[in-house]
Structure formats: C-alpha cells, structure tokens
Design a protein around this ligand. Structure first.
Ligand code: NDP
Ligand code: HSE
Length: 455
C-alpha cells in the first residue's frame, strides 16, 4: 500500500464555486489523493458569515472568518472569494510563504496578474487559474502548454455565460433581458454585481487574460475595447434573426500586421452578429465556446459550461491536482512566457464588418445618397435589404435610435434599409455611421452591430 504524504489545503470562499470544491474535496478525497499522489486535508474554509446557508452541507467546524490565520502553514491555497481585496493580499501572502495558489478570480488575474506571476516565479511557487476563463472548459492550459510550439493568430469566443444565457433566451423565448438575468443569477452564473456581466467587464478581463497568453504579451484590461449587451433590444434580436444572424457577446483577440509590416495585436469585446450556420450561433444557455486559429494546428474549438458552481469546481480541482503533483515531484512552478510584448493595434485600425439598420424616407435618390456616404469613406457594401415596416408597438425605433427631426409637412413613407459592409477599418465604419446620422436622407440609425468576419 502506497503511503501518501498529506498536504494542507486552505479554501477561501464557499459560495457557488467554493462550496462545490469543498464538497468534492471531502467526498472524493481518496480518489483525488490517488490521482495527485498526496492526501489532501481541507484545513478550513474562510467566509464572511459562517452561519450563512450554503449550497451544500459542509462541516461547521471548518468555517472561519480569519482568512489570514487559515493560510498560515497551508501547502495549497484555493481562492474563491472573488474581487480584488482581500483576495490580492491573501494570495500575495500565501505565495510569499511558498504555497501554491489556485484561483478562479479573473478580475484579479486580469488586473494584477503580472505582479502575482512575478512573485510566484521568484519564490518558485505556482499560481494556477484555469477556472478564471470559460468556467469548466480547459482553455488556459491548452493555450499555454499544448500550443506552446505553435503560433496563435486569433482567439475568438463566447466567454461570459450570463450574457450568452440572456441573449439566447431573448432569441429563443422572446424573454426580456431582466427576466433572463434573474434566472442566470439564480443558476449561479452571474457575478455578485451583474453589471460586470452585462456591461462586458467580465468578458473584457477574460479577453485580456486570453490575449496575454496567446500572444506572449502583457495585455492590460484597459487595452481591451469593451461594449456590453445593455444596448441590445428585442428589436435588434428580431432584425438579426430576420437577416440570418444570432447576436452573441464575443471576445476577439487577433494578431495583425500593420501597414509597415510590423506584428501587432488587438483585443475587444462587443455584441456581434454571428451567421446562424456558424458553430458559435449554436452555443446556447450559459455555455461558452472558444475558437483558436493557429498556424500549424489550424482551427480548434473548445466548448462547454462557462459558469456554474459544480462545473467551475471541475477546473479548480484540475488545478489542484497539478499543484499537488508539483509538491510531490518537487521543482519550480511553470511561469507564463511574456517575451514578445507586441504593440496593440490602434482600435480605429482594426478590421471588421458592420450591419447598419437605417430608417429612411422611401423616395428616389435616397439609395444613391447612402451609397455616396459609404463610398466617400472607402467602405464597400456587401448586402442591402429593404423593407417597408408595418408599424407595431414592438417595431418602435430601438432605444439607441438617433431620430432626425420630422420635416414639416413630410408625408414620405418610411422604409428600413439593412446594409452589410465588407471588411473595413473600425475608424472608417464609425465615420460612415456618423455621416448617416447627419444625412438628411436618414430619419434614424436604428442599429449598428459588427458581423463576425470569419477566418
Ligand atoms: P460567491 O459570491 O458565490 O461566493 C464568494 C464566497 O467568498 C462566499 O462564500 C463569501 O462568504 C466569501 N467571501 C467574499 N468576500 C470575503 C471576505 N472578504 N472574507 C471572507 N470570505 C469572503 O462567488 P462565486 O463562487 O460565484 O465565485 C467565486 C470566484 O470564482 C469569483 O472570482 C468568480 O469570478 C469566479 N468564477 C465564478 C464562476 C461561477 O459560475 N460562479 C465561474 C468562474 C469563475 P459568505 O458566503 O460568508 O458571504
Ligand atoms: N459571471 C461569469 C459568467 C461567471 O457569467 O460567465 C464565469 O466566469
């Protein structure tokens, strides 16, 4: 019989994810010990309120409010509290003492990753964060390790389960965003402050993490362009569906070549029109999916649960086994390679496609005027669809519609034009939208969404 040594595990947080990690540790400890090569003793669980009801039945004696004391003497610290402080200080203290740290905290990794990785490297410990991006889906390790010999050109994905859940329910059930968010919160998908989900901050942090690993470059959160889903109305959803698209909040990280032939990168998060036959359009509920385009490997897709306590606990436990194996085998922890430090491409120079909906007077000369606006900015049209809308309450102009003042005595019937562009720079496309807003031929710009441009 193998004699395993015992490693002390301190758990910080017992919410949606932490309570499941604790349950697995207590229920499957023997099996984990065999896989990891050491016994794992859960020495305590730090929470704010030890008396608060938990998702699972956990032994009361394990709970404490003294996280500082709990991490003393721990071999591995699992941080599942979320937020920046006290998580940052506790992780720093744990690494300083040589403990390995596992976290699912994307906010912390995205904002303070470099200083924490530097500390981990200095002391030879490991800081593992597989659960920080895309919940249960293995994506950090494949990018960092499995693709270490390849060149990644693009990482494109749905990395926020809450917004995917909301958009999916708006598309498939016609549900309101408020009701869908309420259910996502009940399911444990949403952040403590769901603004982080719906305004795209969570996806922005994840994009910064993915771009940093994929391009061996420190990408800060502020360098990721961000737009959330709060501007998406039921009308946008119906228009998208009519044109053969599904709206998804995508994180897009790309390598590009500048006019001078230099490599540069970009990262952005925004609602995107995905063609209905694109695999990302079929990602439903709280699921996530990440596409990677690499030189040698070609296209890879990773799909699965992007949020949820039990699902995310799987990624945390995978990191735990990795950390424990290092303790058993000895040696230093792996560090992320950030040696390239590529420049960020100016956001106006990023190439994309737009689908623009405008309400115009249905009269001669309008199309010619609009075509002139696009051509003056060097933007080529790919598709044009016209409809004479039947006015119903649901077809009222979207909240973001910047309607022109009604011309006195105007009797011209209205028509809606949905214009899809070819690839153009973000700067030129934004200028086109501004010109349309100023045009006398346009009554309102009722929708502007980017179209996933494909590989
Ligand atoms: P919860 O809000 O459900 O739980 C947080 C836990 O941390 C609670 O047990 C809380 O204690 C404890 N806690 C918070 N602040 C303190 C503090 N100052 N001192 C002591 N304990 C504290 O969070 P989740 O489980 O949802 O998320 C945890 C982490 O995992 C976050 O970083 C999140 O972004 C990440 N994550 C979450 C996913 C999900 O689907 N939920 C998926 C992927 C990542 P108490 O219970 O007493 O209030
Ligand atoms: N709030 C996050 C989401 C949890 O909805 O994806 C997973 O990181």
């Amino acid at each position: 019989m193998i004699e395993y040594r015992t490693l002390r595990v301190a758990l910080l947080g017992a919410g949606s994810v932490g309570s499941q990690v604790a349950r697995f540790l207590l229920e499957d400890g023997d099996e984990l010990a065999k896989r990891a090569g050491a016994k794992l003793e859960l020495v305590g669980i730090a929470v704010r309120d030890p008396e608060a009801p938990r998702d699972t039945d956990l032994p009361k004696h394990l709970f404490t409010t003294d996280a500082d004391a709990l991490i003393l003497g721990a071999d591995v610290v699992i941080e599942l509290m979320g937020g920046i402080e006290p998580a940052r200080t506790l992780i720093t203290q744990a690494l300083d003492r040589g403990a390995d740290v596992i976290t699912a905290n994307k906010a912390l990794i995205a904002h303070h990753g470099p200083e924490l990785f530097e500390l981990a490297e200095r002391v030879g410990a490991q800081l593992l964060y597989e659960a920080a991006v895309a919940g249960a889906i293995p994506i950090i390790r494949p990018l960092r390790d499995s693709l270490a010999g390849d060149r990644v050109n693009r990482v494109l994905g749905i990395v926020n389960g809450t917004t995917n859940f909301i958009l999916d329910r708006m598309h498939t059930l016609g549900e309101s965003p408020e009701e869908a968010l309420r259910i996502a919160t009940e399911l444990g998908y949403a952040e403590a402050d769901p603004t982080a989900d719906v305004e795209g901050f969570d996806a922005q942090q994840k994009a910064a993490i993915l771009a940093s690993i994929a391009f061996h470059t420190t990408v800060s959160v502020d360098e990721v362009q961000r737009e959330g889903i709060t501007g998406i109305t039921s009308q946008h959803i119906r228009d998208a569906a009519r044109s053969g698209y599904t709206i998804k909040l995508l994180s897009v990280c790309e390598r590009a070549v500048t006019e001078s032939g230099e490599a540069a990168i970009s990262a952005r998060v925004h609602p995107t029109l995905v063609p209905n036959d694109h695999p990302l359009a079929a990602v439903h509920g709280g699921n996530n999916a990440v596409f990677i385009e690499a030189d040698a490997a070609g296209d890879l897709m990773f799909y699965g649960a992007g949020a949820g306590g039990v699902e995310t606990a799987s990624a945390v436990l995978g990191d735990l086994v990795t950390a424990v194996r290092r303790h058993v085998l000895g040696g230093r922890g792996l560090s992320a390679s950030m040696h390239l430090q590529l420049p960020m491409l100016d956001s106006d120079r990023v190439l994309t496609r737009y689908l623009i909906s405008v309400e115009v007077n249905d009269q001669s000369g309008v199309l010619a005027e609009l075509a002139g606006i696009f051509s003056a900015r060097g933007v080529s049209l790919a598709t044009l669809e016209q409809s004479i809308p039947v006015q119903t309450a649901l077809d009222a102009p979207a909240a973001d519609a910047a309607e022109q003042p009604e011309a006195e005595g105007s009797v011209a019937p209205r028509a809606t034009l949905i214009i899809g562009t070819h690839l153009a720079t973000e700067g030129a496309l934004k200028a086109v939208v501004e010109d349309l807003r100023q045009s006398a031929a346009v009554r309102a710009v009722t929708g502007v969404l980017r179209i996933e441009r494909g590989a």
